[in-house]
Design a protein around this ligand. Structure first.
Ligand code: ADP
Ligand code: MG
Length: 695
């Protein structure tokens, strides 16, 4: 084959094929075992792997290596070292030792630890995750690693994800054995759909708000927004097309299976979806995808914006986390089966998810909570902040009939035994009509639609895996000693549906009625990040995470502090940016424009008796609006000065209750002013120019 995909795919990855080619047989076998079993790598094997990796990397142009990890800042971090270790007889010695492969030290003091590292050690270490292949990026061999404190606390997003996958593997395997299913392992899979905006780089460079905060803090509605919906699946513009082509190639080289790319509803918004893979790999690949989106965009004269809500009045960006669970042999456990036994098994997994989502709504909400995503959840394009679950009418009917103990009289008549003999295969088109649900069953996987576009999918996926593992453990304990397995299972399924039906909702998640209905049902409505975060430390959440070995209480506490601090910092910076833009750019621009108008009036009146209706009107309206704007700015400044430096819950609450509303007030008047001031006097590119400029 000589097509471009086969030629480039994985060419920058130290993957299984390369390992088989380059490693001595015994080292290859030992490494494979390690990858499959998750046990630590023997040091003699590590040095063989390291030297093969080094030779391969140098042949492919690499000069440096780095441990590539995901600290809690959300983006990836790297510390580069060159392979050069000395010179012998004028020839450079290129070294890369086994211990450099498996363990690295890092001065982690600039990464957030939520007080964790201070309590233990000043430094953290990074450790190779052999389940994710090493790869070359810009002359650097990148080794995917976990990042921990010396006493083993996770300081990153990868470690808990790996732990959650391990928990799920353990629990799922155990319960499958009750069904007589033997499997080598159970893995969770993810396919994250990534949304983003592309705007002209020069325009971006002229907007302080985009530069400092990633979103526009001012901006009047353009004459044309997304009302025509003509962008969705619209023709890709030339420049965007060439960007996407380039991006695909870069991603393929790194083994990322970029598959579909299309426009989104909002102007200048696009989406990229890969073919799904193991959760850990999918998460690493999504981090790489975000990085490459930014880099390749730059090369094409664009700025890629990953913020959840860059433009007011225009859809924000999410990252749908498509999630499923399968055996190592490739059997999807969320796929309705063909035999009664398979169906019973499917229904049991389904029930475990239903119960888990119901009991841990708050954790799911927290897993997607950020200052940026707060603008999206609950607005009219994204799922609401209330977590509920969509199963589609057909599956809901089946569950209802199981509870009622009646026969399901569906499209196809189905005989009951543990509910159903043969479940219909749910096609996307019958299950996926509802786009308003935060958590939807889409035939053979779940689609969690709440995650924000800039966040790591590792966090929500960790919660999903841990929750499912815990529910499966509960089920196992109930079923393991049952005298009649089938009866016990049927009873378990019936009871679980009955007790957790409040989480199921097939209606319109955007409606006001749903908010009321959800409240009546007692579901959480954690509207903002400060509302959601404290629940991370609720007793039931801590004990579940500890039971599953995914997070310790200390780790959860540190995350609570980090997320809180992040929320506070983000909004404080936004407020300061608004003040700066108002004072230094917008208000002076208004003055200039008004003075211009005044000059016109006095100039004209010097030569003739004219009315100057437009100019006089602008002078009056703008001077009054700019006074109002100035006052609102002073108010925001005063509030923001009163905040202090501590980023605790009380500060977060004040930011939510006082600062954000003051920012909205300031923006409202500034946006009104923008509609009045002559465009060439306005200091920033307008929404209209930014969103519709790309050819
Ligand atoms: P949409 O219509 O929402 O754009 P698609 O059908 O294109 O959705 O698929 C969305 C994503 O779901 C893709 O990334 C796909 O690879 C992923 N996906 C499909 N099957 C699974 C699975 N079993 N586990 C995880 N992700 C999956
Ligand atoms: Mg989707």
């Amino acid at each position: 084959m000589s097509d471009i995909i086969s030629e480039t795919f994985g060419s920058a990855v130290f993957n299984d094929r390369v390992m088989r080619e380059r490693l001595p047989v015994d080292a290859y076998e030992a490494l494979k075992k390690t990858i499959e079993s998750g046990r630590p790598l023997d040091s003699s094997v590590a040095s063989k792997v390291a030297s093969a990796m080094r030779d391969w990397a140098i042949e492919h142009g690499a000069t440096h290596f780095t441990h590539w990890f995901q600290p809690l800042t959300g983006i990836t971090a790297e510390k580069h070292d060159s392979f050069l270790s000395g010179i012998k007889d004028g020839t450079p010695i290129m070294e890369f030792k086994g211990k450099e492969l498996i363990k690295g030290e890092t001065d982690g003091s600039s990464f957030p630890s939520g007080g964790l590292r201070a309590t233990f050690e000043a430094r953290g270490y990074t450790a190779w995750d052999p389940t994710s292949y090493a790869f070359i990026k810009e002359n650097t061999l990148c080794i995917p690693t976990a990042f921990c404190s010396y006493s083993g606390e996770a300081l990153d997003n990868k470690t808990p994800l790996l732990r959650s996958m391990e928990a799920l593997n353990r629990s799922a395997k155990r319960i499958l054995s009750l069904f007589g299913v033997e499997t080598k392992g159970v893995i969770s899979t993810c396919g994250p759909e990534q949304e983003y905006f592309l705007i002209d780089r020069d325009m971006y460079a002229r907007r302080k708000d985009l530069i400092f905060t990633g979103r526009t803090l001012f901006g009047a509605k353009p004459p044309k927004g997304q009302e025509l919906e003509d962008h969705y699946y619209g023709m890709l513009k030339m420049k965007v097309k060439s960007f996407m082509r380039d991006l695909d190639e870069e991603l393929w080289k790194l083994g990322v299976m970029a598959k579909t790319e299309h426009n989104e509803v909002a102007p200048s918004q696009h989406e990229l979806a890969p073919i799904y893979s193991t959760a850990n790999i999918a998460s690493d690949h999504n981090q790489l995808t975000m990085e490459l989106l930014r880099k390749v965009a730059h090369r094409h004269g664009f700025k890629c914006i990953l913020h959840e809500k860059p433009f007011e009045g225009i859809n924000g960006s999410g990252k749908h986390d498509n999630w499923s669970v399968q055996t190592s042999e490739g059997v999807n456990l969320f796929e309705p089966g063909k035999t009664p036994r398979e169906n019973a098994q499917f229904l049991m997994f389904l029930c475990a998810v239903i119960k888990g989502v119901n009991e841990y709504q708050d954790l799911l909400r927290i897993s997607v909570a950020s200052a940026g995503n707060d603008h999206r959840l609950g607005a009219n394009e994204a799922p609401p902040a209330i977590i509920s679950m969509f199963l589609g009418d057909e599956l809901t009917e089946i569950l209802e009939s199981i509870v009622a103990g009646s026969k399901y009289e569906g499209k196809k008549r189905i005989d009951m035994e543990i509910g159903v003999d043969v479940l219909p295969h749910f096609k996307r088109d019958t299950t996926d009509r509802n786009r308003t649900s935060p958590f939807a069953f889409t035939g053979n996987k779940f689609e969690f639609r709440s995650p924000g576009s800039s966040s790591s999918i590792a966090i929500p996926t960790t919660v999903l895996n841990a929750v499912l593992a815990d529910e499966l453990d509960g089920f196992y304990n109930e079923l393991k000693d049952a005298e009649n397995f089938n009866e016990a299972l049927e009873e378990l399924i019936r009871r679980t549906i009955n007790e957790n039906r409040d989480i199921l909702f097939n209606g319109d998640g955007y409606s006001e009625e749903w908010v009321k209905e959800a409240e009546r049902r007692g579901l959480h409505n954690l509207r903002t990040t400060p509302d959601a975060l404290p629940h991370i430390l609720d007793e039931k959440n801590v004990s579940m995470m500890e039971r599953q070995g995914v997070f310790s209480k200390i780790e959860l506490e540190s995350r609570y502090h980090i997320y809180l601090e992040n929320y506070c910092k983000v909004i404080k910076i936004e407020a300061l940016t608004m003040i700066d833009m108002s004072k230094k750019d917008i208000l002076p621009a208004v003055s200039t424009y008004v003075r211009k108008m005044a000059e016109v009036v006095s100039g004209l009146r010097g030569v003739a008796e004219v009315e100057c209706g437009f100019e006089m009107d602008m002078i009056k309206r703008l001077t009054s609006l700019s006074t109002e704007m100035y006052e609102r700015m002073l108010r925001l400044e005063e509030l923001s000065d009163s905040l202090g430096h501590i980023n605790d819950q009380a500060t977060a609450n004040r930011l939510r209750d006082e600062i954000l509303p003051a920012m909205a007030d300031l923006r409202a008047v500034a946006d009104e002013i923008e509609t009045l001031v002559g465009e060439k006097y306005w200091p920033y590119p307008t929404y209209g120019r930014m969103l519709f400029a790309v050819e």
